[in-house]
Design a binder for this molecule. Structure first.
Ligand SMILES: *Cc1c(COP(=O)(O)O)cnc(C)c1O
Length: 385
């Protein structure tokens, strides 16, 4: 693989990652649910008011747990955006669900909340929302529709750590609003552990069963708390819990969350200010943050005029040794799903698939490097477009 002077992503080691991994080993408990796993659970439950947190080996796994917890069965329908990562919906397809894809909004790649209600049928079980780039969907609207029709809401909060939904009188952390939520600590996210994820349970009735599903279908967690005197096979399940070594790495990151977020927000602002002129000249569009959302600086994207212009810009930046990357391809027209899709056009989703471009974004990106990226993008539009 080619190495770029300015890569797209670079995993950041904050401070105590190695130390805590070693400590986990020294403590003699490196399977799941050890000291560091508990510290991570506590951190999230206290800081973000999540009712119950369970670390998983990935966000994909947390989403698979959601599908099991919601008892998704063959023939059930699940409403979800088409502009998202495959795992958002694959987790539900694995249980036999039909995905009813929704287009994106005009102003953000998020699910178009206004078109959800018309797609609800007697078979609909759940609405899955994705807070793209860490920017909140309109969760008041989503929860209202769900409550009216007795549906569950799952937040795919993979990109949404430390971001909020703003209502009239409060800020609600993303991941604390739906019945269930899933986070990712993949190396491309703000807070990382290589691979890693977390299930958040906000509806209490799912807690007991979630612990069982996560422990291979056994009531092992209750046994270790002394609530039962032996443990056995109680439900379906799998091995969804990460090693405490991973949790040690993650906890070191969480200790530095504020610093990481501060730097990422500076980088985001610098891109925004630097590229604003191109938006004013109608050459590109910049991200829009709705009034009800905060920005957690998960990524910085621009929207090009069309697919050809984006391809040209990617190639131009590659020549300058800068790696920029497009993002999702519409899932409703993917090789796996297009024949199962009900045929509705989702033009805004396709538009984001063709025109959205993500710029290099990582903690250690220096201001000099970043300004070089900004200048090269400006040069591209000055010369050719
Ligand atoms: C990263 C991501 C995932 C998958 O996360 P993993 O931890 O790699 O399984 C799912 N959904 C979205 C929106 C993501 O960005």
């Amino acid at each position: 693989m080619k190495k770029y002077d300015i890569p797209f992503n670079k995993p950041y080691l904050s401070k105590n990652e190695m130390l805590y991994m070693l400590e986990a080993v020294k403590l003699g408990h490196i399977s799941g649910d050890g000291t560091f796993t508990k510290k991570c659970h506590q951190f999230f439950e206290q800081k973000y008011n999540f009712k119950k947190c369970l670390l998983t080996t990935s966000c994909t796994d947390a989403l698979e747990m959601c599908a099991i917890l919601l008892d998704i069965k063959q023939g059930d329908e699940v409403i979800a955006p088409s502009y998202t990562f495959v795992s958002t919906v694959n987790a539900f397809v694995l249980r036999g669900a039909k995905i009813v894809f929704v287009d994106s909004e005009k102003n953000t790649p998020n699910i178009d909340v206004a078109s959800i209600e018309n797609l609800i049928t007697s078979k609909t079980k759940a609405i899955i929302v994705v807070h793209y780039a860490g920017i909140a969907c309109d969760m008041d609207e989503v929860m209202q529709i769900a409550n009216k029709h007795n549906l569950y809401v799952v937040e795919d909060a993979a990109q949404a750590i430390d971001s909020y939904f703003i209502t009239e009188n409060q800020k609600k952390p993303l991941g604390s609003i739906g019945h269930l939520s899933a986070f990712s600590f993949h190396e491309t996210k703000n807070i990382i552990s290589g691979e890693g994820g977390m299930l958040v349970i906000n509806d209490e009735k799912f807690i007991k069963r979630a612990e069982i599903i996560r422990e291979k279908g056994t009531n092992r967690s209750a046994f270790f708390r002394g609530e039962v005197d032996k443990y056995g096979w109680a439900d379906v399940g799998s091995s969804f819990l990460p090693s405490d070594i991973i949790a040690g790495f993650l906890y070191a990151q969480l200790e530095n969350l504020e610093d990481i977020q501060k730097r990422r927000k500076e980088i985001w602002e610098n891109y925004y200010k630097g590229l604003k002129i191109l938006e004013e000249q109608n050459k590109i569009l910049l991200p829009k943050i709705p009034h009800y959302a905060t920005n957690n600086a998960h990524m910085f994207y621009i929207l090009c005029k069309d697919l050809m212009q984006r391809s040209d810009l990617i190639a131009y930046l590659k020549e300058k040794n800068i790696l920029s990357v497009f993002h999702y391809l519409s899932l409703h027209s993917s090789p796996y799903y297009h024949e199962k899709h009900d045929g509705r056009d989702l033009p805004l989703c396709d538009k984001y698939a063709d025109t959205l471009l993500r710029l290099p974004f990582y903690y250690e990106l220096t201001t000099t490097q970043q300004n070089f990226v900004i200048d090269e993008i400006k040069k591209f539009f000055l010369q050719k477009n």
